[in-house]
Design a protein around this ligand. Sequence first.
Ligand code: 0GY
Length: 306
Amino acid sequence: MTAHSGKTPGWLDWHPRPSRPRFRLPEGAVDAHCHVFGPGEVFPYAPERKYTPCDASKDQLFALRDRLGLTRSVVVQATCHGADNSAMVDALRASGGTARGVATLRPDVTDAQVRELHAAGVRGVRFNFVKRLVDGAPRDDLRKIVERIAPYGWHVVVYFEAADLAGLRDFLLSVPVPLVVDHMGRPDVAQNPFGPEFESFLDLLRARPDIWCKVTCPERLSVSGPPALGGEREPYRDVVPFARRVVEEFPDRVLWGTDWPHPNLVGHMPDDGLLVDFVPHIAPTAHLRHQLLVANPTRLYWADAP
Ligand code: 0GY
């Protein structure tokens, strides 16, 4: 794709009127995985992108945050903006310190550029290994990027699918800064949460105490889907046992987020209020919920904040 040629056919726009969650979030709750898209007129989408989304501006993101009862956000650079972090940085600068960011970098990034991103509130870089989203980057390029960011205390956010973990494991374990894994490594939730595939993912988390995990995207992983209209408000129940295993075994290194505006969904667009109501099912005590929603993301992203 070379120009902003309209949304990808079949694109599902974000929910215009999410319900108010029944679960009341604790004070200081962080949305540790969300994006801004454009607006394309101001922040054009990258020529190398694999999809063209609907616009989803910082103001719309912050309005959703208020509606759901969240306090802070971590804005993760999405692949449709490539390594042009302007839209994400614009959101951080407008947030008055209530948003941090995760950037995409090229290996020729300069120290001055990393310093400027750090000053804007960026605290991590994302390595995306999902083949439908990006063309793969050579491992040496990724190592160069890690050398640039390590002095700033940043971490690497990694996005991969369960089938690709075996081929990535050695590389991931060799990265000399903390790692944050997106969406539980995208398990196939039709499998047993105690079966070999998910066990192998948990082994990655067991291998180092500085590997964090986002228990996010039930709407992306679920086969059973959201509750049927008029049904019980127990969202995405087939994802619950997977996320709950991670929360209970690694309570001090799990993160939660909305993934708003939910790029590339097929079939249904989640009601963001329901995503909040997923939380008490995966974190059954007030203490676990405080770690997941407040203490952990605050430690990782606002450690230097007053
Ligand atoms: C997500 C998931 C997806 C997309 C991206 O950067 C992106 O384009 O992350 C996806 O399509 O699974 O985390 O937003």
